[in-house]
Structures are given as C-alpha cells and as structure tokens.
Design a protein around this ligand. Structure first.
Ligand code: PLP
Length: 375
C-alpha cells in the first residue's frame, strides 16, 4: 500500500465551520486590520490562557523579535546561542548589532550560563537566549548575570508557548520574550507572534513601533514599521486557542510513545523533560551517537526519507555557520553546539500524527540500528 508522506509537522487546525463563523463576524464589522475586535479578543484570551498581563500581538514572530530589540534600545554586542533557527541571529544582525555566540548545555541545548560572563565586554548590551524546543533556559542564573552587569534580557521563546516553570509562565522572565504563532508552531495564527514585556514604557514603545511609530492622528513619535496582526489571523488564533489543551494532550501521547520506543535503542539519545517544567511537546529531537548506533544522523534521515518520512535536521547548520555569514563567525568556537548540530534529528510530531505512524518511524530507526548491530 502506498504510504502518504509524513512531514516533521502539520499545522494544528480548528474545525472549518468555526473559522467560517468568525469570517462572518469580520464581514459584518467591515474591519479587517488595525487592532479590531478579533485582535483585541485574542490579546485578552492569550493573556488569560498564559496567565500573563502584558502582551502585544505581531504579524509574525521574527518582526516581533526585531521590534523588541528596537524597543529595548540594544546597542553593540548581544550574547546569544547559534543552536537555533536563523531568525534569532538575523534579528540581531538586521538591527545593526553584533551577535556574540555562547555555547549550549549538552543536556537541554539552551545557553550554558557558566560561559556567559567570559563573553561580556564593555560593548555588551544584552543577552538573547533561546528556549529551544520549548526547553527552559536557566532563567534565574541569566537574571543574576543581567543584574550584575546591567544587561537587558530578551528571550527567543518562539518554541515556548504554554511552557511554564512551576506555576509561572516562562514568558514572564527577562525584559521581554517573543513567541511565534507561525503555522508550524504548537499554537498558530497562520503567521503571527507576540511580545511579552515587563516595563510599561517598553510597552508604549512596542505598541507605537508596530504601527509606524504613531501616537495619535498628528503625532508620530518613532520611525516605526508595520507589524500589526490582521483580523483574519487573530480569528484563526481564537479558533485554535480553544483546542490547545486537546492538541497538547495528543502531542504528549506521541511524545511518550517515542520516548518508550526510542530510549532503549543504543546510540539514540532522547531529550529529557524537566520535572519542574510544564512542557508543550512541540518538538521531538533525538541525538544519534554514531559510535554506539552504528549509523549516523544522515543515514537515519535518508532511510526515513525513502519511506516518505520527512524528519528535519533542526538545528543544523548552526546559525554562526550559515553561508550568508561566511567567515564572519566561527561555529567551532561553540563546540557543544557544533557537535549537537551534527547529531540532531527532529522527528515528526503534531496532534494528528497517529501512534501507528509514530511506531512505524521508531521501527525504521530500530531496524537500521539492529541491522548494524548484527554485522
Ligand atoms: C519560528 C521561529 C522564529 C520566527 O518566528 P516566525 O513567526 O516564523 O517569524 C524565531 N526563532 C525561532 C527559534 C523560531 O523557531
């Protein structure tokens, strides 16, 4: 039987009828963008869902991150990690700043806080860590360092929607956090994002910057851009938000199935979840240790591809090694990130992936390793 292709993710979607109902409301209002009813409603519902007070919607996560950098007036050097999506590093560089790459922990792939202080110079203005795969950075330690050296902290929390530490949303740490609502993320508004911030003054600036710097009809305070979320996207968010608990519950089942089947395999390292953290089960990365597995990451990637299963090498290459930055940075200077990027493979995970499909993926990996073990 011909198998349908399985991609690394599929967008989480609400029932079409529910979206159509929202479209009718938009048609009746005749209001398509510029902070309309859907936009206001979504901001309110998100704050409630996340248990936070200060959040602004944006048209996508990347522009939200650039706007946060602008609102916090960062200058000079920004300490960050290269084990992330290109957006993180691009945002820093596009704002005229210099990224300074810190290595990651081998346990959770977030910034190694023991290595931050050595990278601080008189030009450093901020730390921009990534809650990669929804794994929580060492927020307390980052806070301490930021206080000690008077640095700002912006989290790339693109993967961390709905993640909390104890009872507290992870988005409450730092001066600001950016979340992405891109179609491939655990919660989507087709394209979209948000900034969660702390200081009211920063809030005012964020709000103006996403709408051309406009304060009132005749006052334009900043040379802002356009980063507003429209009503159609906000409506998609409102529909999807209702199903978040279901989406996350289903993802958890698949996540646990993967752990159960893959953890016993020699040379396959599955990433452990922190006991204190509430996860959103957004990604399932594995590390392939070639010496023990007898196969390397690329062989597993190819074997899955042959079966129409499209796992992805998130995050390879490191952003510091991207060809657009040729020779400017040195990926080998963050050796743990460098090695991790060579071994990591992110497996398909979305709420409509069936357990049978997950089992099939595990079986292909397991047979590949088994075959090598028998040689
Ligand atoms: C998706 C993503 C972004 C960018 O978000 P968009 O909404 O796609 O613009 C930034 N950083 C990371 C780590 C991401 O995964």
């Amino acid at each position: 039987m011909e198998q349908k292709p399985i991609y690394v993710t599929r967008p989480e979607m609400p029932p079409l009828e529910e979206y159509v109902e929202k479209l009718k409301e938009i048609w009746e209002s005749g209001w398509l963008t510029n902070m309309g009813n859907m936009h206001c409603c979504l901001e309110k519902e998100l704050k409630k869902f996340l248990g936070i007070e200060k959040l602004f919607l944006f048209t996508n996560g990347h522009i939200a991150l650039e706007t946060a950098i602008e609102a916090l007036e960062l200058t000079g050097e920004v300490i960050t990690t290269p084990f992330t999506f290109s957006s993180t590093t691009h945002a820093i560089v596009r704002k005229g700043l210099t990224p300074v790459f810190c290595d990651i922990n081998s346990s959770d792939y977030t910034i190694d806080t023991n290595k931050i202080e050595d990278l601080i110079t008189e030009k450093t203005s901020a730390i921009l860590p990534v809650h990669v795969y929804g794994n929580i950075c060492n927020v307390e330690e980052i806070d301490k360092i930021a206080k000690k050296y008077n640095l700002k902290v912006i989290y790339d929390a693109a993967h961390a929607f709905g993640v909390s530490k104890g009872k507290k949303s992870i988005l409450e740490y730092g001066d600001a956090s950016m979340v992405s609502f891109h179609a491939t993320k655990v919660f989507n508004t087709v394209e979209g994002g948000a900034v969660i911030y702390k200081e009211p003054d920063i809030g005012k600036k964020l709000l103006a910057l996403k709408n051309f710097g406009i304060r009132s009809e005749e006052k334009v305070d900043y040379i802002g851009g356009n980063a507003k979320m429209d009503e159609f996207r906000a409506a998609m968010g409102l529909c999807n938000l209702k199903y978040m608990e279901t989406f996350i519950r289903k993802r958890k089942q698949i996540y646990e199935r993967y752990v159960e089947r893959l953890e016993p395999l020699s040379g396959i390292i599955v990433h452990p979840l922190l006991a204190e953290a509430q996860s959103n089960y957004s990604y399932f990365p594995i590390l392939v240790q070639e010496e023990e597995a007898g196969v390397d990451r690329d062989e597993i990637y190819e074997a899955l591809r042959k079966e129409q299963i499209f796992a992805r090498k998130y995050f390879y290459p490191l952003t510091s090694g991207l060809n657009c930055y040729q020779n400017r940075f040195h990926p080998e200077e963050t050796p743990i990130a460098y090695e991790t990027a060579k071994k990591v493979l992110t497996l398909p995970l979305y709420s409509n992936l069936s357990l049978e499909q997950a089992d099939r993926i595990c079986q292909i990996i397991s047979q590949l390793i088994g075959r090598k073990e028998m040689l």
